[in-house]
Design a protein around this ligand. Structure first.
Ligand code: ZN
Length: 91
């Protein structure tokens, strides 16, 4: 992902979480393979988190490893931190 794509990060996340595809984002995705890949990864992450959510809601214990990696309660923050974790990106 290039510097120019930084500004799309929030929209990519929102698109992945809500399925929304603003026109300007669609235009960018057509010309940017990095962001298209990023969006697909985020959607995969969301699907994974959705499958974990019932466990959390029921109050069963998630693995300590999972908790250590995602200390924040915000859904968005978790998605971002997990994305960074999977991409090995510290920015
Ligand atoms: Zn891009």
């Amino acid at each position: 992902m290039t510097k120019a794509c930084e500004k799309w990060k929030d929209q990519l996340l929102e698109a992945a979480l809500t399925g929304a595809r603003p026109k300007d984002l669609q235009v960018h995705l057509q010309s940017c393979r990095d962001c298209t890949t990023e969006l697909r990864d985020l959607e995969a992450l969301r699907a994974r988190q959705d499958s974990m959510l019932p466990l959390l809601v029921k109050g069963s214990q998630p693995s300590t490893g999972f908790r250590a990696r995602v200390p924040d309660s915000s859904y968005f923050t978790r998605a971002v931190s997990m994305s960074r974790y999977f991409h090995g990106c510290s920015k």
